[in-house]
Write a protein that binds this ligand. Structure first.
Ligand SMILES: NC(=O)c1ccc[n+]([C@@H]2O[C@H](COP(=O)([O-])OP(=O)(O)OC[C@H]3O[C@@H](n4cnc5c(N)ncnc54)[C@H](OP(=O)(O)O)[C@@H]3O)[C@@H](O)[C@H]2O)c1
Length: 286
């Protein structure tokens, strides 16, 4: 894979940053789509040639709209969008759009940005949307729709864990439903979900125990953690709608393989419901 233009959301740190470095090394143009200008510019400098910082806060509709406008001014094509920005166990907070922060960042941002960038993607050969998700999606036994844009405060640890799990399930349901809808419209974009393994990063930063766990030496390195993201980007034989997981230790580590998602993801009626609710919530549809 070379000469591609690739947007990676949340690439100012963790897995996104590591993936951006790898993709730039392979002679592609990588857009560091980061909410924090200082960090983003630092990463742009660190990676050097082939990398461009562009401000993006995926928890804000206005910021995503501005990002797309700015992207269109600077770039003539987009080959791959990697939806990666995410948070876990975040303290209770509403975004300036009035949306619960974990729901907005982890899920709504994937949905809205993907749909906004489809016109850019259809201009290229073999375009892809890669949706980073997590094995935490398997923990959901039945969807609790209260976690769809919750109106009440997400304050207990259990609720924070459950909304993280639900948003990862929603990411997967979105990835597969998007592929179905792209196929129906004859749009040749592949939508692929992946799980990066359990890797060292800043993901646990909002809760002290999680912060310790995500820094443990037994955790996979970020280099190992990006295998499934890179595999999803470069493998030309993947089918849209597939979920790339890992082959060892309950998917905590290993090499990328196609895995089965949580069976809830296969229920079309549930995916349809999620799509309708999301589309109404953010005023965009395919
Ligand atoms: N690490 C793992 O073991 C693991 C396992 C399964 C899935 N994942 C998923 O992998 C993705 C990356 O996580 P990570 O482990 O690399 O965590 P991380 O080190 O905390 O990195 C998260 C990235 O997302 C960015 N971000 C957060 N909110 C954002 C927003 N509103 N707009 C734009 N960027 C935002 C962060 O930016 P700032 O630098 O500004 O904070 C950071 O660059 C997440 O979606 C996570 O759910 C991770």
């Amino acid at each position: 894979m070379s000469n591609k233009t690739i947007v990676i959301t949340g690439s100012s740190g963790g897995l996104g940053l590591q993936a951006a470095k790898r993709i730039a090394d392979l002679d592609n143009t990588v857009i560091i789509a980061s909410r924090n200008e200082k960090k983003g510019r630092q990463v742009e400098k660190e990676i050097g040639k082939n990398s461009y910082f562009m401000q993006l806060d995926v928890s804000s509709i206005e910021s995503m709209d501005n990002f797309v406008k700015n992207f269109n001014k600077k770039f003539s094509k987009l080959d791959i969008l990697v939806n990666n920005a995410g948070i876990m166990l975040h303290p209770s907070k509403k975004t300036k759009d009035g949306t619960e922060i974990t729901f907005a960042t982890n899920y709504l941002g994937y949905f809205y940005l993907s749909l906004k960038l489809i016109p850019n993607l259809i201009c290229t050969t073999n375009p892809k949307i890669i949706n980073v998700s997590s094995i935490s999606s398997y923990h959901v036994e039945k969807i609790n729709w209260d976690y769809f844009d919750p109106i009440k405060k997400i304050s207990s640890l259990r609720e924070k864990r459950e909304i993280y799990e639900h948003t990862n399930l929603f990411r997967l349901m979105f990835s597969i439903e998007l592929q179905k809808r792209l196929n129906e419209k004859g749009i040749p974009i592949k939508s692929i979900a992946c799980h990066p393994g359990v890797a060292k990063s800043q993901l646990g930063r909002y809760f002290f125990l999680a912060k310790l766990i995500y820094a443990l030496p037994v955790m996979a390195s970020t280099e190992e953690g990006i295998k499934s993201i890179i595999f999803s980007c470069i493998n030309p034989n993947l089918n849209g709608g597939e979920f790339v997981g890992l082959n060892k230790k309950k998917q905590h580590r290993g090499d990328p393989i196609i895995v089965k998602p949580n069976p809830i993801v296969e229920i079309e009626e549930q995916r349809n419901k999620l799509w309708q609710m999301t589309s109404e919530k953010c005023g965009i549809n395919l």
